[in-house]
Ligand binder design. Sequence first.
Ligand code: PLP
Length: 397
Amino acid sequence: MNFEEGLDRVGTDSAKWDFVEEYYGKEDVLPMWVADSDWKTSEAIIEALKRRVEHGAFGYSKPGEEHDKAVVEWIEKRYDWKIDPEWIVYTNSMTSSLSVCVRTFTDMGDSVVLQPPVYHPFFSVVENNGARVANNELLYDKKENEYTMDFEDLKEKFEKKDSLIERGYRTSMMILCSPHNPVGRVWTDDELERLADLALENDILVVSDEIFSDYIFEGSHTPFSSLSKELEQNSITMLTPAKSFNIAGLNIGLAIIPNSKLRRRFQNSREKLIKKGNILGLTALKAAYTQGESWLEAQLDYLEENKDFAVEFVKKEIPKVEAVEPEGTFLLWMDFKDLGLGPKELNDLILEEAEVALIEGSTFSSGGEGFMRLNLGCPRSTLKEGLERIKDAVEGY
Ligand SMILES: Cc1ncc(COP(=O)(O)O)c(C=O)c1O
């Protein structure tokens, strides 16, 4: 568990390290963009994968009772939600599962509510599958250094269903990001319950992307569907060990769908569109959920120290910039607005002067302008190097 030591990932087909030049058009920049981490996963997972690879046969595979048991026990232990193994649908990723949801549960031209600034592929997930985005922008209170949901606007977006239905328009779905990438909020039960009430009143299917569910620094994670029995029947919760254990490249995801009709419809589309994941992903999932908890806890401790270090560094050393302290995820959302730069100028400053690859805020759509997202999943020495480069660039500007 040597997070401090890190890992040289160059030449391993790493999107973050080997494709940074292709994405940013510049060589030799420090990559702090893609949300994966620069260290090995848990030894238990590596050993399980080694054994599976040594076996040598990689034919068709199918998750069995042991996988179900591992998932059920993890969800109960970590999030206090008792699920029935029947509710589990295995998939090959979160984004493709979200696409399946939009295709399956919306009609052409329906609106799907998103809460920008938010994980940008959500927009193509909606738009490439025949629906339209309705933005319910998050509210940012700079003084309190905090993001909240705009419930008044959300109500309007949900109710649009009634006013426009004669013209064939309606809002039928919302994709919730919980914990939220990039702003780092861990939604409280009160917030989730308010959202749930509005969704139930207006017959909106909430699909909750909970890919960061195991990265919680403050509070605890509540799976959206777990809030009530009624909600269980009217929502879909997506979980995965992919981020938690730094195994996103193994393409494994879970859709938890208690409602049997919704589940059957999702499964039918999944068969046509995306399949169930792959044998190495399933092997890793079982090892992660049965033997990975202590590694996960150690990783969380390290990340929390990284988070504290970065927030403190920005406060003391780069006072013109404000770090929004994350309650969860391993992402740092930084407010550069006081520099008064447009998206291109801000990108140039960070890329050309600091030579660090971050994700520019407007990528996450409205409300993201003037911000940058930095990945904390790296050794502290790398984090320090990145922050020092940013400090020098901001000072020099
Ligand atoms: C909120 C969120 N959802 C989904 C994904 C991607 O998940 P997958 O690789 O399983 O499609 C990411 C990756 O960073 C993410 O941040």
